[in-house]
Design a binder for this molecule. Structure first.
Ligand code: IMP
Ligand code: MG
Length: 182
């Protein structure tokens, strides 16, 4: 990904890739599958800050199982949209995950670096199980092999914003998932 972030004062245009309604419908489908898979269990959903916040908050309200949530923040691309390849934990979990059924909740898998690092890191803390839910997947962008356990949408190699996803911390509040045109 090499696109530059448009400044707020530019006259940029958004092209909608997925409407809020399409996302809502897909999240309901995903929640049905996850609720079924975790019936009789109480998973801990770990939201990767900040992009996955909107997805987590919609997803948990569609799940009909008991659950807990926690948050983790990892270093991201900063103001640029290029992957640095370096992953660092900026804010760690508030609790031990030993013996828990853990579900990592991510907004988008791009190079796969973040999730392969987190799966290794959290996996070494002895959860009973560890799976990944992502709303979006861009499989064409992988630098390391990685396949999420639950995926909402597979999308082409475009830089997307809205529904929690940002470009230089802007546009997270847009209800639709959009492509930022130059
Ligand atoms: P990965 O380590 O390259 O898989 O990076 C995943 C992270 O990069 C996501 O959690 C996002 O924060 C960010 N990211 C990747 N692609 C996009 C995009 O198209 N829009 C906004 N953020 C993105
Ligand atoms: Mg993210």
């Amino acid at each position: 990904m090499t696109e530059k972030c448009a400044g707020e004062d530019n006259n940029e245009k958004f092209e909608v890739m997925l409407t809020a309604e399409q996302i809502e419908t897909r999240i309901k489908e995903m929640a049905e599958v996850i609720s079924h898979d975790y019936r009789g269990k109480k998973p801990l959903l770990i939201c990767i800050l900040k992009g996955a916040v909107v997805f987590l908050s919609d997803l948990i309200r569609c799940l009909n199982i008991p659950l807990e949530i926690d948050f983790i923040a990892v270093s991201s691309y900063g103001a640029d949209t290029k992957s640095s390849g370096v992953v660092r934990i900026l804010k760690d979990l508030e609790q031990s995950i030993q013996g828990k059924e853990v579900l990592i909740v991510e907004d988008i898998v791009d190079t796969g670096l973040t999730l392969s690092y987190l799966v290794d890191n959290l996996g070494s803390r002895h959860p009973n199980s560890l799976k990944v839910i992502t709303l979006l997947d861009k499989p064409d962008c992988r630098k390391v092999e990685y396949k999420p356990d639950y995926c909402g949408f597979t999308i082409p190699d475009r830089f997307v914003i809205g529904y929690g996803l940002d470009c230089g911390e802007n546009y997270r509040q847009l209800p639709d998932l959009c492509v930022l045109n130059d």
